[in-house]
Design a protein around this ligand. Structure first.
Ligand code: GLA
Length: 332
């Protein structure tokens, strides 16, 4: 049974159980893990995320008013994302009928694996099916990002929604966030990726993410550039004259963007040792300059390296969540 089929069946069963309705539409979307390139998407940088097998599914049945149910009722913040997506679709003139929605998910919440984008995109796909309308992957990604900005009040970049709408399971994409163009990236056969859960969860709506983004935007304004990640290397020395923590944030952004470009080359050349070093440098930069790691996460990164990983790092927004570790399959 495919991952998509299993989670979609759960969403449909939940809907039938709660609303006593046969679903009129059902859709799903995957989570993602970012190999390298965190906190550079909203600075016009390059990122290298890949779609994962875990998915979120939404089933819907037409009803007199919109109503939402989830397998996991404990946290109802997700409803804001759902309402946001529906409101954005209707604002665009898409006549989404009112419906009862049921959500099932295998993507851990607040763990850096893009549970929000998976939910938004699954909702958009399901609502579009209900309205018998279609939008392009790009339109869905941008609409879901706006829903997150306006309704969940998280000023996220475009990496997650773009990856979730465009990448196939197990496929990595190199996404240029300044031009919104991407290319698929082949992962060498001997590269084995492991995801390790720190069990520390975050909420990006609590302001820490927005504060980091504001630091990055301040740095760009002080340096007079539109995209901080694209600051030419000969101007990097100017960063050291900025006040802290702005200087530290800016140093992370420009070096992380350079690491993503180098990681793409390392993957192309099957140079896994180089890739591992870049992952390690990325973690140090997110921990020390961007200050979004946690001690629990640092400990898992150290443990993965001690267990033979070529490199390991936190992944996603930070403040907890998963660690990504890269192994050479012949050496482990
Ligand atoms: C969250 C955001 C993304 C990106 C990452 C950090 O996942 O949604 O846009 O900024 O954090 O790389």
């Amino acid at each position: 049974m495919s991952a998509a089929f299993a989670v979609e069946s759960r969403a449909c069963a939940l809907l039938e159980h709660i609303a006593q309705h046969t679903p009129d539409a059902c859709a799903s979307a995957s989570g993602r893990v970012n190999l390298i390139g965190d906190h550079v998407d909203y600075a016009g940088g390059m990122v290298l995320p890949m779609a994962i097998a875990a998915r979120t599914a939404v089933a819907a049945a037409r009803a007199g008013a919109d109503d939402f149910y989830s397998e996991c009722e404990a946290d109802s913040r997700w409803k804001r994302y759902a309402e946001g997506v529906l409101a954005q679709l209707r604002e665009q003139g898409i006549d989404v009928p009112t419906a009862v929605y049921a959500v099932a998910s295998d993507v851990p919440l607040g763990a850096g694996l893009s549970s929000s984008a998976a939910l938004e995109v699954a909702f958009a796909r399901c609502a579009l099916a209900l309205a018998t309308r279609e939008l392009s992957h790009r339109e869905i990604a941008l609409l879901c990002q706006r829903a997150e900005h306006v309704y969940a009040k998280v000023p996220c970049g475009i990496m997650d929604q773009w990856c979730v709408t465009h990448a196939r399971e197990g496929e990595a994409i190199a996404l240029d966030c300044a031009t919104l163009t991407h290319t698929a990236v082949q992962l060498p056969n001997q590269l084995r990726i492991e995801l390790i859960d720190s069990h520390v969860r975050h909420t990006l709506g609590d302001g820490a993410y927005a504060a980091r983004r504001a630091d990055v935007e301040n740095a760009a304004a002080m340096l007079g550039v539109e995209h901080l990640a694209l600051l030419p290397r000969q101007r990097w020395c100017e960063i050291e004259h900025l006040p802290n923590p702005i200087a530290k944030r800016a140093r992370h952004v420009v070096t992380e963007n350079a690491r993503v470009h180098e990681a793409c080359r390392a993957l192309r050349d099957h140079d896994l040792a180089r890739l591992g070093m870049l992952l390690n440098e990325s973690h140090a930069s997110l921990r020390d300059d961007f200050e979004v790691s946690r001690t629990e996460v640092d400990a898992l990164v150290a443990q993965a390296r001690a267990n033979g990983a070529l490199g390991a790092r936190m992944t996603g927004a930070g403040f907890g969540g998963y660690v990504i570790a890269a192994y050479c399959s012949t050496s482990h």
